[in-house]
Ligand binder design. Structure first.
Ligand SMILES: C[S@@+](CC[C@H](N)C(=O)[O-])C[C@H]1O[C@@H](n2cnc3c(N)ncnc32)[C@H](O)[C@@H]1O
Length: 283
């Protein structure tokens, strides 16, 4: 495959265009993924102002935007993927929420909004992870800060480094390319077109992605003048256990939910989670 074709295949906008409805389904397709949604909305309930205009940056098909609009917030959803923007528009229209939710295509590295416009900002589920340049991730955080009112809360969740290493080891028997690239991958914590070309015969298993340590997320926000109030693991000890968690009954799932919730701010648990959430405030 030509380098340009490989780069196009691993590019976030194309990846999420192709994923289509799969991204809308993601947060409800398994018990483990519902932990990400339930823990995130629990923090939103605790830290959002009672009303106001919320930016859902990298909001994809609109799960969180709809959750916010149903609670009375005005929302602007912005996403890189034209297909996700189209799905979000139809999901919002089906619920008659168009007067509250504005949806547009755009890039978190260059937000098309004036300063201090929003009362809160979400950047959830990994949009920041899909920016593989350190400088551009910093630019995105600066942009989120720029468009927010002072003291407004920001909610940023990213994909965790420790859990992806565990997952690659767990998958060694059926995805050998994963463990072959591990020594090189852990040097940068970044899955790129170069790695895919070298180890996966030009057939990338995922979209380009930088995986975070919990301390790295905290430091990045603090470096760009957010005061960080919470760092939490959204799936915690349930990370990487999709299949067994589907097989247990509702009472057992409730116990897992409770344990994940109780342990979510433990620093070790946050660091090993599939998704790591930070809640900060503009200084
Ligand atoms: C895993 S989805 C998360 C969607 C949603 N926020 C959630 O938590 O379920 C990541 C989304 O980020 C978007 N994205 C990736 N890079 C982006 C960028 N630079 N600017 C805006 N959106 C971006 C993708 O198109 C995709 O829809």
């Amino acid at each position: 495959m030509a380098d340009d074709d490989l780069q196009a295949k691993i590019d976030p906008a194309n990846y999420y265009d192709d994923l289509g409805e799969g991204e809308w389904e993601r947060l409800q397709e398994s018990f483990k993924n519902s932990l990400e949604f339930e823990n995130t909305t629990d923090y939103l309930s605790q830290y959002l102002p009672e009303s106001g205009h919320v930016l859902d940056a990298g909001g994809a098909a609109g799960r969180y935007s709809i959750w916010l609009a149903e609670r009375g917030y005005d929302v602007t959803l912005l996403d890189l993927s034209a297909e996700q923007v189209a799905i979000a528009k139809s999901r919002v229209a089906e619920r008659d929420l168009e007067s509250q939710v504005t949806i547009q295509q755009g890039d978190i590295r260059d937000l098309p909004f004036s300063e201090t416009r929003f009362d809160a900002t979400l950047c959830l589920g990994g949009p920041l992870s899909h920016i593989i340049s350190d400088d551009e991730r910093s630019e995105a955080i600066r942009e989120l800060n720029r468009v927010m009112q002072s003291s407004a809360p920001v909610f940023v969740s990213v994909m965790g480094f420790v859990s992806v290493v565990q997952n690659l080891i767990k998958s060694a028997a059926h995805f050998e390319a994963g463990v072959r690239q591990l020594p090189e991958f852990i040097e940068t914590a970044t899955y790129s077109a170069e790695l895919a070309k070298k180890y996966e015969d030009d057939d990338p298993a995922f979209v380009e992605c930088h995986f975070f340590r919990a301390a790295e997320l905290r430091n990045l926000l603090e470096k760009h003048e957010f005061a960080v109030e919470v760092v939490a693991g959204l799936e915690g000890p349930a990370s990487n256990f999709e299949a067994p968690l589907e097989e247990i009954d509702a009472d057992a799932q409730k116990n897992v939910t409770e344990v994940v919730r109780k342990l979510r701010e433990d620093p070790t648990v946050a660091d090993l989670s599939n998704h790591i959430l930070a809640v900060g405030r503009v200084g």
